[in-house]
Design a protein around this ligand. Structure first.
Ligand code: NAP
Ligand code: FE
Length: 367
């Protein structure tokens, strides 16, 4: 049993201001990596710039990271960072800019390498990285994963390198700028991390601390997520904490089958990550229930749900359903049946038939 999260993580109000010294200690020139709009709107970018200005620390901003970031974008940002001789990276935003920042920090630290190295296992170090999440879903501030879209290769998946942020500053107040749908989708991603970490061949009594506590916290947000009313700002910190704990969960076990299934939906149809994962979650829970009923019962108890049917109903109320043609889904299922790296993480044997059953239960299939 191993406990390993080598990131300094603070979850607290105003942590960017509170930890100005720690930020300035990361290096002497920063490359800030973010998306097009949200970091400007939710105040996170300004807070970081205030700290850098006060500390007379030079920086440049790369604000072109798209959702589900591509290898091409990462390569462009890394080239900019190298030309400026920046010596640390600050990722601000949802999972997309922060994952991109991890890969950029790796390429900048290894200027002799091309972007081909991203998917090549090799013992390489990244530049120091500060992560400031502004969505409540990926937990990337506490994971070593960076998921990129590889258009040339025709797939979306984690790069081959494990890159923990050096420092992560998690402040729920940035959620005030987020639409309810974004909060729901990303909270479903966090739920998936908690569930997939618990129902995982790598889980053990030690690393289950994280999903157990995370599920408890997630339950406290359940009614607010399900209601039509806007989310009370008192819950922002709780949503973020649940998301960070969910990140700590998958940092130990990795994500399992629903994440493996989600990537084809996002790559081919641009389905937002949380939704794409969420569609497969209930059927995965049901598939596991046959062999690990006690573990599923624990998850349901922590979420205060009667049974797995109620779990399925809750997820459906949160994200709805997805229609897809039979030919397409057959293709996806064929590929997933070969994905041994994800299938081996399920706590039970999932045959080709069992994989197909998950797809059939999860999506609305049209002929
Ligand atoms: P995202 O793709 O980072 O962002 C989605 C949208 O939300 C963007 O339009 C973004 O706008 C906006 N946004 C972000 N923060 C906001 C805020 N506070 N208020 C209003 N709008 C805001 O979404 P995400 O779900 O957080 O990240 C998804 C990515 O993370 C996927 O690529 C997924 O595969 C990956 N992921 C990584 C891990 C991991 O461990 N590394 C785990 C799970 C998922 P802007 O573009 O303008 O910023
Ligand atoms: Fe995820």
């Amino acid at each position: 049993m191993r406990f390993y999260i080598p990131a300094d993580v603070y979850v607290e109000k105003d942590c960017v201001k509170n930890h100005a010294k720690d930020i300035l200690a990361l290096g002497s020139k920063a490359l800030i990596v973010t998306g097009k709009h949200s970091a400007k709107g939710n105040g996170s970018l300004k807070e970081v710039l205030d700290v850098l200005h006060a500390g007379n620390l030079p920086y440049s901003v790369f604000d072109e990271v798209e959702e589900n970031p591509s290898v091409e974008t990462v390569a462009r940002a890394a080239a900019l960072g190298k030309s400026l001789a920046a010596d640390f990276v600050i990722g601000i935003g949802g999972g997309s800019p922060i994952d991109a920042a991890k890969a950029i920090a790796l390429l900048m630290a290894n200027p002799q390498e091309t972007e081909a190295v991203l998917y090549t296992p090799k013992p390489l170090k990244a530049l120091p990285l500060l992560a400031i999440p502004t969505t409540c879903g990926t937990g990337t501030e506490a994971t070593p994963a960076a998921v990129l879209t590889n258009r040339k290769g025709g797939f979306k998946k984690s790069i081959a390198h494990k890159i923990f942020p050096t420092l992560s500053l998690v402040d729920g107040k940035y959620l005030a700028f987020a639409k309810k749908e974004l909060m729901v989708n990303t909270a479903v991603d966090a739920l998936a991390h908690l569930v997939e970490s618990y129902l995982n061949s790598q889980s053990n009594v030690y690393n289950r601390m994280f999903p157990e506590y995370g599920l408890k916290l997630w339950e406290q947000n359940k009614d607010a997520l399900l209601s039509n009313a806007p989310i009370d700002e008192k819950l922002y910190e709780n949503l973020m904490l649940a998301s960070t704990l969910a990140g700590m969960s998958i940092a130990h076990t990795s994500t399992a089958v629903p994440h493996g299934m989600s990537y084809d939906l996002t790559f081919n149809f641009n389905v937002p990550h949380g939704k794409a994962v969420g569609y497969f979650l209930a059927a995965y829970v049901e598939a596991c229930e046959k062999s690990v009923p006690k573990d599923v019962r624990t998850i349901l108890d922590l979420l205060k749900l009667k049974d797995s049917a109620e779990f399925a109903d809750m997820v459906k109320r949160l994200i709805g359903t997805y229609e897809i043609s039979r030919a397409t889904v057959k293709n996806f299922a064929e590929r997933m049946s070969e994905n041994s790296s994800k299938l081996k993480l399920a706590p039970c044997e999932l045959s080709k038939e069992a994989v197909w059953e998950i797809y059939e239960k999860s999506l609305v299939i049209t002929d």
